[in-house]
Design a protein around this ligand. Structure first.
Ligand code: 4FV
Length: 259
């Protein structure tokens, strides 16, 4: 799959391809990232990419022409590479909230063009003319669309075959079945911290069921933990899982015990 990223700060993306699980996605070309520095498509003497808003008001607006020229260059490059046209995504607080379901759909797609806004926003004519989808990371205001783009690429890259050591690990992710994740434990089985590091009220022993080797009991315990945590923190996700038919009779019986 291929991401074409229009950005004023391509240097923000380099480290991303060098570390962690996502590095494997890029080195294996499972995810092919092309960076398109917007200033390369600003051909006035000052290579302007932003200007004052018509109608007045604070801040600056990203100009339409450099963006349109960058899109033309991307489409030409995709055509030359025999790569199909990919949808154009803009990150903005006005977008649809990003979900794991949207990430999984993208992870099984040819890719996308990611437009990273800066300043107060982008000239609406570019949005009307080129943007297929607006995605929001959340109800807060960032200084640019680069972090949302990196976030989306990270979430998609880790789902690419062969990127996670154990493919099963993303099947147990939060949201993979619409519920929040269960607690995780590793060595030591019984925590023995010196007094100055002690954590009062924290159970020092790992839940015995996890040491039982009884896979069905372990799976049940983890499922019940997911249900309890999700019901406590994100009850709307329980309703969504129920509506999607992802809750078993056993799940419903357990949820009743929580009432
Ligand atoms: C944002 C968000 C976000 C708005 C103006 C970039 C900034 C600036 N993007 N989820 N929240 N974008 O705040 O996606 O151009």
């Amino acid at each position: 799959m291929r991401f074409d990223v229009i950005t004023l700060f391509p240097e923000l993306f380099e480290p991303f391809a060098r570390v962690g699980v996502t590095r494997r996605a890029f080195e294996s070309r499972a995810v092919d990232v092309r960076l398109w520095p917007l200033r390369d498509h600003a051909d006035d003497t000052y290579r302007r990419v932003d200007d004052r808003p018509f109608g007045g008001g604070p801040g600056m607006v990203m100009m339409v022409e450099p963006l349109v020229k960058a899109m033309a260059a991307i489409r030409a490059d995709q055509a030359a590479a025999g790569h199909e046209r990919t949808p154009v995504i803009l990150f903005s607080p006005a977008g649809r909230p990003l979900t794991q379901a949207r990430v999984e759909a993208l992870a099984h797609s040819p890719g996308a063009v990611l437009v990273c806004g800066r300043y107060e926003g982008i000239d609406q004519r570019f949005i009307d003319g080129h943007i297929d989808e607006e995605i929001s990371l959340g109800d807060y205001v960032l200084s640019g669309g680069e972090l949302p783009a990196l976030t989306l690429m990270d979430a998609v890259a880790r789902l690419q075959p062969g990127v996670l050591h154990d493919a099963a690990s993303h099947q147990q992710d939060s949201f993979s079945d619409g519920l929040l994740d269960c607690p995780h434990y590793s060595r030591p089985e019984v925590l023995a911290l010196p007094d100055e590091l002690a954590m009062p009220g924290v159970e020092c022993a790992v839940p015995p069921v996890l040491m039982s080797g009884h896979h069905a009991h372990i799976a049940r315990w983890r499922r019940e933990q997911q249900l309890a945590i999700t019901r406590a923190r994100r009850p709307e996700l329980i309703d969504q899982a129920r509506a999607a038919g992802r809750l078993s009779k056993q799940d419903e019986q357990f949820l009743k015990t929580l009432l």
